[in-house]
Design a protein around this ligand. Structure first.
Ligand code: V0V
Ligand code: CO
Length: 148
């Protein structure tokens, strides 16, 4: 059976200063900001830098994340680890079903119901302690590769 996870949607990168980090990615690699927003619930300012389109009609991004609150997941992670790769996000057409199927394999999801993610997406996370040390995000986009 083919995997319901059809692309790497994004790699989440924690940073102290979003604007400086965007500049670094632009100057060093030539990546441009495709979309930026503040997610109050998650306690982040974030920017999506588009890397490539994917065969499922979506795209792969780098997601740069700066904390806006000291009690946010990103602030806690930065204080323990410093800047760097924070999570990997897989794209799926149905985040609820995909999450349920993985939970049925004995892996903890962080939320009972999907929450609001970037560009109008719906998201859930798998606990890194159940996933060989990787914080995994599952993403369902509303309409692939569009600005919101
Ligand atoms: C924590 N751990 C990690 C980790 N964060 N391991 C790998 N990758 C990470 N990113 C490990 C940590 O080293 C500890 O291991 C253990 O998990 C417990 O961590 P903690 O520091 O005590 O922190 P907790 O338990 O308070 O929080 C960890 C979780 C939290 C994963 C539960 O970060 C969380 O709720 N994350 C989901 C939300 C999120 O990350 N939001 C920001 C991105 P030891 O020391 O016990 O061995 S928002 C986003 O991506 C959006 C909006 C989007 O894409 O649209
Ligand atoms: Co993310």
């Amino acid at each position: 059976m083919p995997s319901p996870l059809t692309r790497i949607d994004h790699i989440g990168i924690a940073c102290h200063n979003l604007d400086e980090t965007i500049d670094f990615y632009r100057t060093t690699y030539g990546f441009e900001v495709h979309h930026a927003e503040t997610n109050e619930e998650q306690g982040v300012r974030e920017a999506m830098l588009k890397i490539n389109d994917t065969s499922d009609g979506g795209a792969t991004y780098l997601q740069l994340l700066e904390p806006i609150r000291e009690d946010s997941a990103i602030a806690k992670w930065l204080s323990k680890n410093g800047e760097g790769v924070h999570h990997i996000a897989f794209g799926t057409a149905d985040v609820t079903t995909t999450t349920d199927d993985i939970v049925n394999k004995g892996i903890r999801a962080l939320y009972d119901h999907p929450r609001h993610g970037t560009m109008g997406s719906t998201i859930n996370f798998l606990h890194p302690k159940d996933a060989h040390g990787v914080l995994v995000e599952l993403v369902q986009t509303t309409s692939n590769d569009q600005e919101h």
